[in-house]
Structure formats: C-alpha cells, structure tokens
Ligand binder design. Structure first.
Ligand code: AMP
Length: 111
C-alpha cells in the first residue's frame, strides 16, 4: 500500500484542500512553490503509464479539478500541472498524481 492510499483512508494526516467521490487533493509535504498541491484518484492507478481507455473520464476530471483549485487557491498569474511517470520521469510514489504548482514564476525546462 502506498502512502497516498493511507492518506485516502485517513490512516495518516494530510492538509486536504479538496475531495469528491473520485479524487482527493492535498498539499505536498515538500513544496516546490508557494502553492504545491497533489491531486490523486481514489482508485489506485500506479502511474499514468498504467492508465487505460476506461480511465479517460477520470484523467480529465483530475485536470479539471487542478483548474478549479488554481482558481480557489488564487493562482491567477498562472500555474503548472505535472504528472511524473516511472523512474526516468521522477515518480517517487506509485499512485498516479497530478502536481499543481504556482505562486511564483516557474522556470523551464525542468531538470
Ligand atoms: P513524485 O515525485 O511525482 O512521485 O511526487 C511525489 C510527491 O509526494 C513529492 O512531491 C513528495 O513531496 C510528496 N509526498 C510524499 N509523501 C507525502 C505526504 N505524506 N504528504 C504529502 N505529500 C507527500
């Protein structure tokens, strides 16, 4: 079981900013920007690489929740969404998650 599943099950605490029947969003414990939120599906999909065609509505929902949270968290100056996948993609928790970052000017390219 991943640490994110434990957050979903309320076995460990998190600073939850949004929840609905499909997903949960909480603040990253090691923020890389003034606002850094993770949006995760309640269903355990290890990585974007494991998503299937049946996950298309869920994937769209996660992105739309990121958009809604950007408004709620006052990221009117812009924001970035990131999905790391697999070892080369920098994924460290094997439960699909969308990073929402904002509150400062973000540089490009990433490392
Ligand atoms: P990734 O490297 O894309 O897999 O992102 C995993 C993210 O989860 C990292 O940014 C971590 O800081 C974050 N993280 C790990 N454990 C926790 C936790 N218990 N609560 C909140 N964020 C966490």
């Amino acid at each position: 079981m991943t640490i994110f599943k434990k957050i979903i099950d309320r076995e460990i605490p998190a600073d939850i900013v949004y929840e609905d029947e499909q997903c949960l969003a909480f603040r990253d414990i090691n923020p890389q920007a003034p606002t850094h939120v993770l949006i995760i599906p309640k269903r355990e999909i290890p990585s974007l690489a494991d998503a299937t065609a049946s996950d298309v509505p869920l994937l769209g929902h996660l992105l739309f929740v990121a958009r809604e949270l950007a408004v709620q968290l006052q990221l009117g100056g812009g924001f970035r969404t990131i999905i790391n996948a697999g070892p080369d993609g920098g994924q460290s928790v094997d439960h699909l998650h969308v990073h929402l970052l904002g509150g400062r000017t973000l540089t490009w390219p990433p490392g």
